[in-house]
Write a protein that binds this ligand. Structure first.
Ligand code: ZN
Ligand code: ZN
Length: 466
């Protein structure tokens, strides 16, 4: 997998191409203006200069564009802008509409009906899915998946950006490559998703350290990005505001106004199978399932038009060739198809329903797959069946379609009380759909045995004994 140069933005003295200039004026500036026009109900003076500096740090082209001058103008503008306090809980300052804050938690909950509620003691109501079933109050959901799924728009755990700049990395034009930029030349949603998954402040490190509250919060953040991928505007990297502002995205507004309630886990088609034969040679096994989910969710949405961009069907094709679009609808694939949907964000001709029937329901199944990936990655298990004969020792290791086993260690207790390795175990056979047998030459008889497995994500099981 290509390593993205996330720091390239801050190289000094870089000339700004016409394309970059368009990106700045076309995306960053509207976003900055959106900050000034969003109706948050909490209006106060402009943010301090230091905050602006932070927002644009790294996104500002070195000395070519008078970005700071523009920001100075914004700061001097007497028009009130929302109060943003870097230290406060951002979601306390920005009051979203009721339904807008529920769409992401809704996906998080629907996914748990596919995988989580029955299969785990933790991805449940009353545990780490949400505090209670029913009317989830996202502002009291710190440390749960639902809380994180809501918070991703409002609290940035990776870069520390302030709303609405938190959303710059919620976009990915996957047709342009794995490293293509999000809005404002920030990293794309896939790159951000991997940082929230396995980066130092991500799901896996927190969980393995025993910090379940932070781990599940971050899992909600990843789930949010995955659901964003299934929205055409996010897959086209098309800046949008909302109804309250300008340049809204009619499909997203329709969904936020409750369109999502027309679909649930029964429409989603279950957990997404991961096709390992399609894994790119330069991608490691630990990254592939998450990448597959992000890319395919993105390409489900990219097929369709958004308000100002034609869909993939007419624009570019699925770069990896992983989707089969045969039988997919003809509309809405051109931006004109949505012209009659934009006024009032109505589902005229059923265009929004057609997008959601493919892309939104896929995001529910993909999120369930994310939960399963999380659970199996963090709960590797093995057991040593009764030893029959004296020539080899077998170990039964958890190995699934999502998280393959990578290595198995087997040791025998010597008379002095130490543990002695029996050499490297080899994969022997698949036992069932979730287990493999590994074995090693017994090298004698008697004595206690212990084994542990390491999975593709590098996570070790506890020692199993016999
Ligand atoms: Zn988002
Ligand atoms: Zn959006």
């Amino acid at each position: 997998m290509s390593i993205c140069n996330e720091g390239e933005n801050s190289k000094p003295g870089r000339r700004m191409s016409a394309r970059m200039r368009w990106r700045f004026f076309g995306e960053c500036l509207p976003l900055a203006l959106a900050l000034a026009c969003m109706n948050t109900g909490a209006l106060a003076g402009p943010p301090a200069a230091a905050e602006y500096g932070r927002i644009f740090d790294g996104a500002e082209p070195g000395g070519v564009l008078p970005a700071r001058a523009i920001l100075e103008t914004l700061k001097a503008e007497p028009a009130p802008v929302p109060q943003v306090k870097p230290t406060a809980q951002a979601h306390g300052d920005v009051e979203p509409r009721l339904d807008e804050k529920r769409a992401h938690p809704y996906v998080a909950i629907q996914a748990a009906y596919i995988f989580g509620i029955k299969e785990t003691p933790e991805i449940r109501f009353g545990a780490y899915l949400a505090r209670s079933e029913g009317d989830v109050d996202v502002r009291r959901e710190d440390g749960t998946i639902c809380g994180g799924a809501y918070d991703e728009d409002h609290r940035d755990h990776i870069d520390g950006y302030l709303w609405p700049f938190t959303m710059c990395s919620h976009f990915w034009e996957a047709d342009e490559g794995d490293c293509s930029k999000g809005l404002c030349r920030r990293r794309n949603a896939w790159r951000r998703g991997t940082l929230l998954w396995s980066g130092p402040e991500g799901v896996l490190p927190f969980y393995l350290k025993g910090d379940k509250a932070r781990a599940y919060d971050r899992l909600g953040h990843v789930a949010h990005l995955l659901a964003d991928m299934a929205t055409p505007a996010h897959a086209h990297r098309e800046f949008h505001g909302s109804d309250r502002c300008f340049l809204d995205d009619s499909y997203e507004d329709w969904m936020a106004d409750g369109g999502y309630r027309k679909f649930n886990h029964n429409d989603a088609g279950g957990v997404v199978p991961i096709p390992w034969d399609k894994k790119p040679a330069d991608m490691d096994s630990a990254s592939f399932p998450l990448y597959y989910l992000f890319y395919t969710a993105n390409q489900h949405a990219d097929y369709f038009a958004s308000d100002r961009t034609d869909g993939n069907a007419r624009q570019r094709t699925d770069r990896a060739g992983w989707l089969d679009y045969s039988g997919w609808p003809d509309s809405p694939t051109r931006d004109q198809d949505l012209a009659d949907n934009d006024p009032g964000d109505n589902d005229d001709d059923g265009d929004f329903t057609r997008i959601a029937s493919k892309a939104f329901v896929y995001s529910i199944g993909a999120t369930a797959t994310l939960y399963k990936l999380f659970w199996e990655t963090t709960h590797p298990r093995c057991e040593i069946p009764p030893v029959s004969g004296s020539s080899e020792i077998e170990v039964r290791a958890l190995s699934t379609n999502l998280v393959p086993a990578q290595a198995v260690e087997i040791e025998r207790r010597d008379p002095q009380g130490g543990w002695r390795s029996l050499g490297s175990a080899v994969r022997k056979s698949r036992q069932d759909e979730s287990h493999e047998l590994w074995s090693v030459a017994a090298g004698g008889a008697g004595g206690m045995l212990r084994a542990r497995m390491k999975n593709a994500a590098g996570v070790y099981s506890d020692w199993c004994l016999r």
